[in-house]
Design a protein around this ligand. Structure first.
Ligand SMILES: Cc1cc2nc3c(=O)[nH]c(=O)nc-3n(C[C@H](O)[C@H](O)[C@H](O)COP(=O)(O)OP(=O)(O)OC[C@H]3O[C@@H](n4cnc5c(N)ncnc54)[C@H](O)[C@@H]3O)c2cc1C
Length: 600
């Protein structure tokens, strides 16, 4: 008998799954999974972002959630075919639940499900007005006292937050708040974004002068409105600022610039937030049902405390406050830290003619931007990927389909190849005294980002300056103290300094919850970010998903949103659907709400 083609095998499996699930037969469904299976669900079954690892967890979830999820119509996605490589059959899939349409991805190994990704595309009856359903814009016909689009926008802007309350308030109007705001706008969820900076994009504009995005354009698109094809690969910070400002306007967001959120509290009884903001010098009290903190995961500066900081006579500031190198020509600069910001700032200071020393306290992962692009990202996010038909949405979903538990196994070979390709480069850096690592398990940059959001530099030129000694390096030492005119290191070295930059990173986002709501609520929701991988700065136990991001937290009505541009784009879809469902009164029983193991 002829072996079936991949389409046939995939369809057989999907039919069997459909039948078992429709009949409510959990055991029959679980039998279709491999022992070492992974089912990653973005909202469809769990109303959570959750990976079930192994058959037992799949069984538990189905027992809890199958009856009211009522999944059906599992099939290979319209217009797609299954494919087979090295014995793994994979395909895009589609399905429905009682309340939503879903899209996903499945991999079969030995005829059983190895990885399954299920994501919510849209809520039935609450679809976005797109394509055939796009708004008319014009109202044909004749009507007395009709309002123009502009007048309607102005009326909305005047009433929302004053005579009419928003359903959702997003604190923080960086790219995260803006992307989520755009999705909520399309879903008709009344939302106000409050941002203490004056203009959208200012959070980028205010960063150090030389900054360009470290990630390439294919990775950075915002929802609905991709960058044009002539957009630079690495966007300069002020250019991305302008794009965000334009985007905010054309996506018709209710964006309150120059508005600072001062405090927020939740009333358990009315299930409503009281959010106090300062707008145009006046206090405004907002009463949303949902509060999203999109205040930035690289936004709460970690400022170290060293003896003598109070007597130091030169300039000193955290990297987030660094104005750029212009006034430091011929001055002596000491930069504490050795990650992205430290490297960028050192290089810009060197270019401006400063005498720069980088103080590296512990190992750093460094990867050349070219190598990262070619070996790490090219298959999903590159011009070649675009040419071969890869779309941003598919790239995001393929990435999402790789379970976090085994993601490092896919990453280690990539970084081994990079180490081999750039062996001379790494040797030269080590010779200069630079302390390198490749992640605790050699899994490289992206795992470090997911686990701890720090500890690396994507090399766009500064490493050469470190290797050739143009940027002086003191490694394996810490700062002991500052004097009036110098930095003293723990090995006794004295570095004369006119400028000290603390490129010492950022703290957990629940620090914002502590500032704005209360320490009690911050501790109740716990640490934000990290997977529980039990690697440096990401303590266990294993969580399996990014802590507290884009999903329900232990505080009803409180959400965290953000991450890099890719994550903001991708996860804003699932957060917006969770919020929309709640607004519409669709039951959203959360399966597997994470426990709190760490406070910050
Ligand atoms: C040096 C550097 C380089 C980076 N490079 C990249 C890159 O190449 N690609 C990438 O994707 N990411 C990069 N990042 C990560 C970057 O922080 C994020 O991608 C991006 O800024 C996150 O957007 P966000 O909206 O989540 O947070 P932010 O941009 O930090 O925005 C948060 C906003 O919240 C506002 N806010 C905070 N508190 C309040 C309050 N109480 N009331 C009102 N408003 C408030 C702030 O003013 C701010 O505008 C970089 C970060 C740094 C520091």
């Amino acid at each position: 008998m002829l072996d079936k083609a991949p389409d046939g095998k995939m369809s057989d499996l999907l039919n069997a799954l459909d039948k078992a699930l429709s009949a409510g037969e959990v055991e029959r469904a679980v039998d279709l999974f491999q022992t070492d299976c992974y089912w990653r669900d973005l909202v469809t079954f769990t109303w959570n972002i959750k990976t079930m690892e192994g058959k037992e967890q799949v069984r538990d979830m189905l027992k809890a959630r199958l009856a009211d999820t009522k999944p059906s119509n599992w099939k290979i996605a319209d217009g797609e075919d299954a494919s087979e490589t090295d014995g793994i059959i994979e395909s895009w899939i589609q399905f429905e639940t009682e309340v939503a349409r879903g899209f996903g991805h499945m991999r079969l190994k030995d005829g059983r499900i190895w990885t399954l990704l299920t994501t919510m595309s849209e809520l039935k009856g609450h679809e976005e007005p797109l394509g055939f359903d796009r708004p008319m814009g014009a109202k044909h016909g004749a009507e007395r006292n009709r309002k123009t689009w502009k007048e309607e926008r102005e009326a909305e802007a005047a009433e929302l937050g004053y005579s009419r309350q928003p359903y959702c308030v997003i604190v923080g109007g960086g790219q995260g708040g803006i992307a989520l705001g755009a999705r909520l706008r399309q879903l008709n969820v009344p939302t106000i974004i409050v941002e203490k900076n004056e203009r959208p994009g200012d959070s980028w504009r205010k960063r150090y002068k030389s900054l360009c995005l470290h990630d390439p354009v294919w990775y950075d698109h915002l929802p609905y409105l991709p960058f044009p094809r002539n957009w630079p690969v690495f966007s300069p910070k002020d250019k991305i600022g302008d794009w965000l400002e334009m985007y905010t306007k054309v996506m018709e967001l209710n964006y309150w610039g120059a508005t600072e959120c001062k405090k927020a509290s939740y009333d358990q009884k009315s299930r409503e937030w009281t959010v106090v903001v300062q707008r145009d010098g006046k206090e405004v009290v907002l009463k949303p049902k949902q509060l999203v903190l999109a205040t930035g995961m690289s936004a709460k500066p970690n400022i170290p405390k060293f003896e003598g900081m109070d007597i130091f006579k030169g300039d000193q500031h955290h990297s987030s406050q660094h104005p750029g190198p212009d006034k430091y020509k011929n001055k002596k600069a000491v930069v504490i830290g050795s990650n992205n910001s430290a490297h960028d700032i050192c290089a810009a200071l060197w270019e401006a003619g400063a005498d720069v020393t980088m103080v590296q306290r512990s190992t750093t992962h460094v990867v050349k931007s070219d190598s990262l692009m070619e070996l790490g990202l090219a298959s999903l996010y590159s011009e070649q990927a675009v040419q071969s038909g890869m779309t941003t949405a598919k790239a995001d979903l393929i990435f999402a389909s790789l379970p976090y538990k085994i993601l490092h196994e896919f990453q280690i070979p990539v970084y081994n190849a990079i180490r081999e390709r750039d062996a001379d480069y790494y040797k030269r850096l080590e010779k200069a005294g630079f302390l390198l690592d490749y992640g605790d398990d050699d899994s490289g940059l992206f795992m470090k980002y997911l686990r701890r959001g720090s500890g690396y530099y994507i090399d766009v030129g500064a490493s050469e300056l470190v290797a050739n000694g143009s940027i002086k390096l003191k490694s394996g030492v810490d700062v002991k103290k500052l004097t009036e005119h110098s930095v003293i290191l723990t090995d006794g070295t004295e570095l004369p300094a006119d400028l000290v930059v603390y490129a010492t990173g950022y703290g957990s986002m629940n620090g914002f919850a502590a500032d704005l709501i209360s320490r009690e609520v911050a501790d109740k929701v716990g640490k934000v970010w990290g997977l529980g991988s039990n690697t440096t700065k990401d303590p266990g136990p294993w969580e399996g998903e990014q802590r507290n991001m884009w999903k329900p937290t232990q505080q009803v009505g409180l959400w965290f949103h953000g991450g890099n541009l890719h994550q903001s784009r991708h996860y804003s879809q699932f957060l917006s659907l969770q919020l929309k469902a709640r607004m519409e009164g669709i039951p959203t029983p959360v399966y597997g709400l994470q426990k709190v193991h760490h406070l910050s």
